[in-house]
Design a protein around this ligand. Structure first.
Ligand code: MSP
Length: 665
């Protein structure tokens, strides 16, 4: 599909500082934009800030600032936060820019010329926090606490109205003709049910404050902030505009383009009801799709400044890098559903999926096998065996599935598909045992195995690019490839196997995702102000939570959780085992702990196991024990086992193919 693609985020209120919820909307839009560019589609990505309205005027007043000076100070941190998150927006709109203000006035005049605006008077309950009137029913259902929080006040004012009631049926017809206009589907049903009740005319001007765009011809009124804000999606393209008047508008607005607005579920009604009604009135095509994502809680709790868990993205980017944060945001929560941002889960996914999964695959191949056996050059593939074909099929499946899910705006599913390939490739390395092939001098087979993994890694470098653009560049560099350079009209999504050229010099570099050990983990969490239980920051009021007990002094005979974390238990895959000469007890093991090379571990298990029976087993290893010398040999870890007189000794092993190096906890 080569239709132009235009993706937008909500524009953010500048009375707040950027936080992880804002990052979530913008990163999602960026993933879609980067993906569309890779597919060769003409793409445009817009974000920005929403700077008018009573809320902003009030906040500026509180601080004793002029509103313009206030918004000029508050908007750049959003832009900076999104730049730090490597978001590739093509334009950043601020609603106080003249290019926007002019277009809002133009749209007003069009709606007026259509006969859809009239002057009336309005009395009702106004929620300042939402910049919206609420219905009598909503008011009655609201608790006092909620009323105070949303700053609900009685208001009467002369107001211009938009004939929204006239658009009840046209909207229902439009929904009918565009069955995927709102996603997820459940949310669309809510929207339709709301419209079916019948719409009331909408108050679209205010006289009770000044901070807004004046109504053309009557500057006692300012234009309602939502009419102002929604227009950003077209004003940034130079619209409303007649055909031929604005190249951007012609190219990137519907129906010439696929237009997707990414929004949070809380602002769906504005986008799915008011916005298409304004556009239908103006004779402009509505957007193609409104995608409403869920809300994030932080370590299980609602994000708020009061509870001390207001999470700005900056320190997380500093701690993990933008790509890791982007990956986590897109991986953890089903897009469209509510979810939780938990620092501990981020760390677990980092070590498990990134360091042990993708990072380890690259390390094992480029730093170890290719460097040692092929002088660092991409080897020449040889005859394919069934296991090679199986990995190639897995790569093809991952490319197709991850694309299908991104086309359907399901980034979490896309990552599931990509990580199936990561797991398949790691399993393939375990199965084909390249170290053994090297030892046995089976160079041709080893070349085929290494090539199959390297080419899988090349595919992965494209599949991860929308999510982790910088890691894609770093991964490609290690494979001896330059960064992807998307071009309009050229589809760069992997489809043909075998494009990696034999003889290309690889460039083993720093690990893509250096493992974070227990000590670093503790330090990181402390730096981010997260307690050991994964809950909120120090200084936050004590909460009644199930994790509370972990913060109490340990009872005699028990240890605090972090002492347990000091012991690094990891999954080890036994690659080779042989009896130690002159010892009845000792077996020398070569164990893959997800590191560049295997470790040598000595275990006193000879009377209980034939060495060859141990090869291929996944065992639990104490990975951070200081090395010890036993019978002149160094042991770099300990394999856990239990014994009793009845059964003898039993080595602890795993019943699933968990990746070597995965933390055991
Ligand atoms: N200014 C309006 C949008 C106008 S669009 C024409 C606005 N701004 S906002 O700053 O309050 O919110 C912007 C977006 O951030 C919304 O989509 C909202 O859903 C999202 N989020 C705010 N907190 C969030 C979470 N805790 N989790 C996920 N997204 C959240 O509304």
């Amino acid at each position: 599909m080569n239709k132009s693609f235009y993706v937008t985020t909500p524009i953010y209120y500048v009375n707040d500082r950027p936080h992880i919820g804002h990052a979530y909307s913008t990163v999602a839009a960026d993933v879609l934009a980067r993906y569309a560019r890779l597919r060769g589609r003409p793409t445009r990505f817009l974000t920005g800030t929403d700077e008018h309205g009573q809320k902003i005027e009030d906040r500026a007043k509180e601080l004793g600032k002029d509103p313009q000076a206030f918004v000029d100070e508050m908007s750049p941190p959003f832009r900076q936060a999104f730049e730090e998150l490597d978001c590739s927006f093509d334009d950043y709109i601020r609603t106080t820019e003249p290019r926007h203000e002019r277009k809002v006035a133009d749209l007003w005049k069009i709606l007026e010329a259509r006969g859809d605006i009239y002057l009336g008077s309005y009395e009702g309950w106004y929620a300042v926090a939402d910049e919206a009137y609420i219905t009598e029913l909503e008011y009655r259902d609201m608790s006092d606490e909620e009323k105070a929080k949303r700053k609900v006040e009685r208001k009467q004012e002369e107001s211009y109205f938009f004939r929204l009631s006239k658009y009840t049926q046209p909207l229902l017809d439009f929904y009918e003709k565009n069955p995927t206009f709102v996603q997820p589907e459940g949310r669309f049903n809510e929207v339709k049910a709301f419209v079916r009740e019948g719409l009331q005319d909408l108050s679209i001007s205010r006289t009770s404050f000044r901070w807004g765009i004046p109504v053309p011809g009557n500057d006692a009124h300012v234009i309602y902030v939502w009419l102002d804000a929604l227009t950003n999606y077209i004003s940034a393209l130079g619209g409303p505009a007649a055909p031929g008047e604005s190249e951007l508008f012609d190219r990137f607005w519907a129906p010439n383009a696929e237009v997707v607005h990414i929004v949070g579920k809380d602002i769906l009604r504005f986008h799915a009801v008011y916005w298409p009604a304004f556009l239908l009135s103006a004779g402009i095509a509505p957007p193609t799709q409104i995608w409403a994502h869920g809300w994030l809680t932080i370590n299980g709790e609602k994000m708020s400044k009061r509870s001390g868990n207001f999470i700005p993205p900056g320190p997380l980017v500093e701690a993990f890098g933008a790509d890791v944060l982007r990956y986590y945001l897109m991986r953890e929560v089903g897009f469209g559903q509510d979810g939780d941002f938990a620092h501990r889960n981020l760390l677990a996914r980092y070590n498990g999926e990134l360091a042990n999964g993708l990072g380890n695959l690259l390390n094992r191949m480029v730093r170890s096998i290719v460097r040692r056996s092929f002088g660092g050059l991409v080897p020449t593939p040889a005859n394919r065996e069934p296991e090679d074909e199986a990995l190639i099929a897995a790569a093809q499946k991952a490319a197709q599935e991850s694309a299908r899910h991104l086309d359907a705006i399901a980034p979490h599913r896309s990552l599931d598909a990509v990580w199936e390939l990561v797991a398949a490739a790691n399993r393939y390395v375990d199965q084909t045992a390249p170290w053994a092939l090297a030892k046995e001098g089976k160079t041709e087979r080893l070349g085929q195995v290494a090539y199959t993994v390297l080419e899988s890694l090349r595919w992965l470098s494209v599949l991860i690019a929308p999510f982790m653009p910088a890691k894609s560049v770093a991964l490609r560099a290690q494979l001896g490839l330059g960064p992807l350079e998307p071009e309009e009209g050229r589809d760069a999504w992997p489809a043909a196997w075998g494009e990696l050229t034999p003889g290309t010099p690889t460039a083993p570099g720093e690990p893509l995702f250096p493992r974070i050990d227990a000590k670093q983990e503790k330090a990181l969490l402390a730096r981010l102000g997260v307690g050991t239980a994964g809950a909120a920051a120090p200084g936050a009021p004590a909460k009644k939570s199930k994790q509370k007990s972990t913060n109490e002094p340990p009872k005699e005979g028990t240890i605090p959780f972090d002492r347990f974390l000091d012991v690094e238990l990891k999954v080890g895959l036994i690659l080779a085992a042989e009896a130690v000469p002159k010892s009845d007890k000792l077996v020398k093991l070569s164990v893959d702990l997800g590191e560049p090379g295997p470790r040598q571990i000595l275990a006193g298990i000879r009377p209980h196991y034939a060495p060859e029976a141990l090869v291929g087993q996944r065992v639990v290893v104490v990975a951070n024990l200081a090395p010890r010398k036993i019978m002149g040999l160094t042991s770099e870890g300990m394999v856990l086992a239990a014994s009793d007189t009845e059964h003898g000794l039993s080595v602890l092993s795993l019943d699933k193919a968990i990746a070597p190096g995965t933390r055991v906890s």
